[in-house]
Design a protein around this ligand. Sequence first.
Ligand SMILES: [Zn+2]
Length: 221
Amino acid sequence: MMKIPADGIYILFDDSDYEDHPNAIFRKQAFHMNIKVGGVEEMSPEHILAIMDKPDCEHFVWVSKRIGKSEHIHFAWVYSHELQHLLRDISCHKLSIVGHFLNVTYGLIDPKVTRYYIDIPTEFDCDRRAKGIVTEIFGQEKCDRHILNQGQNPDRKDWAERMQDVEPSALFDVERETLDLLCQHKEPFKAQQRYLCKEEGMFCDLDIEEICAKRSLGNAI
Ligand SMILES: [Zn+2]
């Protein structure tokens, strides 16, 4: 289903949740992190830091207790989503960086417009793949019902409406979609990038001008 390389990858199904953790990443339900490129997250629970610090830890996937204990179908969805982030990162790390940047900034560039994480092509791509995996394991009917159930939550209504029409095997050019989004709003994204680099030291190597000039992630980052 998903071919995960045997080396360099650590996956932790945690027996705790950290919903009050000062590091926002641990308040998430799950995440993937490229340790080799991005370095360890110093502000982490100790047993997690010990894993990230291992010399052969290149990628780290973390799944919270509440996802581990959730319905099997929900667990499978969230876990497949994170594994797709991992696989994308291995095949094109630059796309991961731009996806992460859009995740951080897309909601800020025009506060009048409500945006959902599903509007970010790299996130949509992971959910698209997750839908494919969940359908394979549980069948179409259960997958459709799961999406409908998720949509009962007002915060997930738009997500569910979008996901129910997704055909996982249809072609989706995640790189092109990502570049389209980034370059359509080039100037406000550049302003966000300058701010984040100056204030947080984040995304300093992200040259949006060059990426949009080349319309390729080739060597642009
Ligand atoms: Zn994601």
